[in-house]
Ligand binder design. Structure first.
Ligand SMILES: [Zn+2]
Ligand SMILES: [Zn+2]
Length: 299
């Protein structure tokens, strides 16, 4: 029998506006914030280091000092390792797409490859939604293999503005890691160019989803103009569409590539059906059923 839900909205209605405001403009959270850090725009003490930093870098540094990161030793700047992981993943994607295109022996092959690319774009949005739902609701930072990813997604709901501070590789490398062995196999499968095109682009869109997600938390003035144009065309997840995910009842709008699949995924009720079956089989409640008090005690 389906359990009675204790949705976050029942006890966190006061939390929703805070989260939405947080989406609108990054603000430091720590109650121990020093006076010089009270506002991201407040100038810091002049030192040799800070005067050589750009305004954006100084802001990132102040935010970094005042953020309670969900993952130990986390930060906003990309490390050399993170850049290398992203370069490997996107480099392999480029290799797979190149191999796939070079296999086209006639003009007749092109529509098939274009269809594969389109299918990857649409289905990666659905895949991002199912993946996002799973890590938002199940597991913790201690879960094997995916622990850091789970901690980052679940931590995002308490400090959503931090994603806007992350550099590209810092933001995407966690998703890029598992794609590397998969893309190596994909690159070796030269006999199936349509599948090469599909799986490599599917993987790339899933990796880029975190960057699209970050842009959806920024204002128009903060994102590159071409990205704003893509958002206006609804080809990548928009600020308005994703803000729904951060509002009560916190159980929908999980897709973060384009958001095109959100109405179908939410309307189907398949995620709620899965939550009830998992609860019946294991007794584990998804986090979207928990009250704010239960969420705090589950950490
Ligand atoms: Zn989420
Ligand atoms: Zn978000």
């Amino acid at each position: 029998m389906a359990p009675t839900r204790s949705l976050r909205c029942s006890s966190t209605s006061s939390m929703a506006p805070r989260l939405v405001r947080a989406c609108a403009r990054p603000v430091p959270r720590s109650s121990t914030t020093r006076h010089a850090m009270a506002s991201p725009e407040t100038p810091t003490t002049t030192t040799t280091t800070t005067t050589t930093l750009s305004r954006e870098e100084r802001k990132r540094q102040r935010m970094e000092e005042n953020t309670n990161f969900a993952v130990e030793n986390d930060g906003f700047k990309s490390t050399a390792d993170q850049r290398a992981i992203c370069a490997a993943s996107f480099g392999l994607t480029a290799l797979c797409v190149g191999e796939s295109l070079s296999s086209a022996s006639s003009v007749a092959d092109v529509p098939e490859l274009a269809l594969s690319a389109l299918a990857a774009y649409v289905l990666s949005d659905l895949g991002s939604g199912v993946f996002h739902w799973s890590v938002d609701n199940y597991g913790s930072g201690k879960t094997p293999i995916l622990g850091n990813v789970i901690a980052a997604f679940q931590g995002h709901h308490s400090e959503p503005w931090t994603i806007t501070m992350r550099e590209f590789s810092n933001n995407t490398y966690k998703t890029c890691i598992p794609t590397i062995p998969f893309l190596v196999l994909c690159a070796a499968d030269v006999d199936h160019p349509q599948w090469q095109m599909f799986w490599s682009l599917f993987s790339a869109f899933i990796c880029l989803a975190q960057q699209f997600h970050a842009w959806s938390h920024m204002s128009k003035q903060e994102i590159p103009k071409p990205v704003a144009a893509l958002q206006d065309a609804k080809l990548v997840i928009t600020r308005q569409a994703h803000s729904m995910h951060h509002r009560a009842p916190f159980e929908n709008n999980y897709c973060i590539v384009s958001g095109l699949c959100n109405p179908a995924l939410d309307g189907s009720g398949v995620l709620q059906w899965a939550e009830e079956r998992i609860f019946e089989a294991t007794g584990v409640k998804p986090r979207c059923w928990l009250s704010e008090e239960e969420l705090k005690s589950s950490v």
